[in-house]
Ligand binder design. Structure first.
Ligand SMILES: [Zn+2]
Length: 237
């Protein structure tokens, strides 16, 4: 574990490196043969720390992907792309519209108002991702509900689930269909709770060996804890 410019790096297994700011906001490096995939960029002001962390790993950032259009995930995107002109940039196809500044909902989506801090970015993606696509070793997963187009990733080499804000471990493990009474994020920023609940359950069904989330610590062998958390939600219904 080490810190640079306020970004703490923690390795989990052979291929995942957790980057954390303020003890609660995560991004991740995924190691690939050709370099690193950066999943999310944290809040504004994180670029220096992310680049320093990549130097410590000793590999270039070759891909950058955003899980959803909230500012604590896309906040340092433009600053990083400015410093990494050759990087491949991938956005989730649906949330790419939010990142361009279009906050409209489609007629077939739940008409709840999107919540939380959506950001508009100058960067245009080189690629848009939909569930079923692949990005290096990562399989793209449907994680909508927290936002209309959130995506998550399964590293098929070791079944690491990068769940974005569909699950949180801050203050204890729970799906983002619920708002934690003390820590609030990310549940308070969830758009449509039934959709978020269905996504959280579908991700659990993938039998992840490791759970990495947007907020909170990384869990090993998370299955039983995810089952218990989903059962608690059912009790509340
Ligand atoms: Zn979020």
């Amino acid at each position: 574990m080490r810190d640079a410019y306020g970004v703490r790096s923690t390795a989990h297994g052979a291929n995942l490196i957790q980057l954390t700011r303020l003890g609660s906001i995560n991004a991740f490096f995924v190691r690939e043969d050709d370099g690193l995939t950066l999943v999310d960029t944290m809040i504004p002001g994180s670029a220096k720390g992310v680049l320093a962390a990549a130097r410590v790993v000793g590999a270039p950032i070759v891909r950058l992907v955003i899980t959803h259009a909230h500012g604590d995930h896309a906040g340092s995107l433009d600053a990083l792309v400015e410093r990494l002109p050759a990087v491949e940039v991938a956005f989730p196809a649906r949330d790419a519209r939010f990142l361009r500044g279009d906050k409209t909902l489609d007629p077939d989506e739940p008409q709840d108002k999107p919540r939380g801090g959506y950001v508009t970015v100058d960067t245009r993606p080189t690629r848009e991702l939909s569930p079923g696509d692949r990005l290096g070793s990562l399989e793209v997963l449907d994680a909508r509900g927290h936002t209309p187009g959130q995506i998550a990733f399964l590293d098929t080499r070791d079944r690491t689930l990068i769940a974005a804000d569909s699950w949180s471990t801050l203050g204890g493990l729970q799906p983002a269909s619920l708002t934690h009474p003390r820590v609030l994020v990310p549940g308070i920023a969830t758009w449509h709770r039934p959709t978020a609940q269905a996504s959280a359950a579908a991700l659990r069904d993938l039998r992840p060996a490791r759970l990495a989330v947007g907020h909170g610590r990384v869990l090993e062998q998370p299955g039983p804890a995810m089952d218990a958390a989903l059962a608690r939600v059912e009790d509340l219904e």
